[in-house]
Design a protein around this ligand. Structure first.
Ligand code: ADP
Length: 291
């Protein structure tokens, strides 16, 4: 009996060891695959940037140097080429940012930042599209928040992507509210929390973690409209991956809460960003990762 138990234990141990080694190998392969994907994104973005810059440069030259020779219809075409090259530029920049996050070479220059300044700057980007879609953007308790040590340009990206998404996934006539509060977090210590709440279509629980992965999108992408701020406007699926990478690099947390997805009832979504006032991690990462 004793010998049987001993043998069984030995076999069990061997099987556990074998499975662990298989799991490690699979994990290593996945890591390699993800690295290959990041490298591809990086190379593709660099390759796309040069021709795009040329297309934009020559179009601008035609537009500014020969305005009297261009028929009004042609001027419309040129405007459209410029708008769309700008959009492509934004996508390429997003790809480069995601590759930097993956390779941990994010360019960070932290100093004292007022969240309200960052959010106001983001607001100016949408002064035309908000009335166009009959959406309201409200701010609540942002002015009294303590300043935090952060990189303002990177924080701009976080709130730019969150507010762009809130606009994209909220039907016309809805509202978006950005609220701030100061609090003590068990892990982060003194922190600020900023939430972006919308009255949009909402997100199913099974997608709520996955949407922060690069290229992950919910629903049928073929049904997405074109245009950055149109209802369900198409995007490359990088916005939340960038937001998460930036927040994590600042030693913070990001998550979403929503009662599920329903295009008729519109339960809405609330994205939370919690950032430490003086993160220990940031000074280390900024030193290690600045390129
Ligand atoms: P993109 O918007 O370019 O598709 P993101 O990374 O910004 O990529 O978002 C990933 C996915 O998360 C979106 O495709 C969408 O399905 C979902 N999502 C993000 N924000 C919201 C929101 N406020 N309401 C509903 N769904 C959202």
């Amino acid at each position: 009996m004793y010998e049987q138990v001993r043998q069984f234990n030995e076999q069990l141990e061997q099987r556990v060891q074998q499975r662990t080694s298989e799991l490690n190998k699979a994990y290593h392969n996945l890591e390699q695959l993800d690295k290959t994907k990041s490298d591809f994104i990086d190379v593709a973005a660099h390759e796309l940037r040069t021709p795009l810059t040329l297309v934009k440069g020559y179009t601008q030259m035609i537009e500014t140097q020969m305005p009297s020779e261009i028929a009004p219809q042609m001027q419309e075409y040129l405007k459209s080429i410029l708008t769309n090259t700008d959009r492509l530029h934004a996508i390429v920049n997003g790809m480069l940012e995601v590759a930097k996050i993956d390779n941990q070479v994010l360019d960070m220059h932290p100093h004292d930042v007022a969240i309200s300044d960052v959010v106001n700057e983001v607001h100016t980007e949408f002064t035309l599209s908000l009335p166009e879609r009959n959406l309201t953007l409200n701010f609540d308790s942002l002015d009294n928040l303590p300043t935090i040590q952060a990189d303002p340009n990177l924080l701009f990206e976080v709130f730019y992507h969150l507010i762009t998404n809130a606009i994209k996934y909220t039907p016309d006539g809805g509202s978006i509210t950005v609220t701030g509060s100061a609090l003590k977090d068990a892990e982060l210590g003194d922190a600020v929390e900023v939430s972006v709440r919308d009255t949009g279509i909402g997100i199913d629980p099974e997608h709520q973690e996955l949407i922060f992965e690069k290229f992950y999108q919910t629903g049928d992408i073929a049904l997405h409209s074109s245009g950055l701020t149109k209802f369900k406007g198409g995007g490359p699926g990088l916005g939340l991956a960038i937001a998460k990478g930036v927040v994590t690099a600042h030693g913070g947390k990001i998550w979403v809460e929503s009662d599920g997805s329903d295009e008729d009832k519109c339960p809405g979504s609330t994205f939370y960003v919690r950032l430490p006032l003086k993160p220990n991690k940031i000074s280390k990462d900024a030193k290690d990762n600045t390129v």
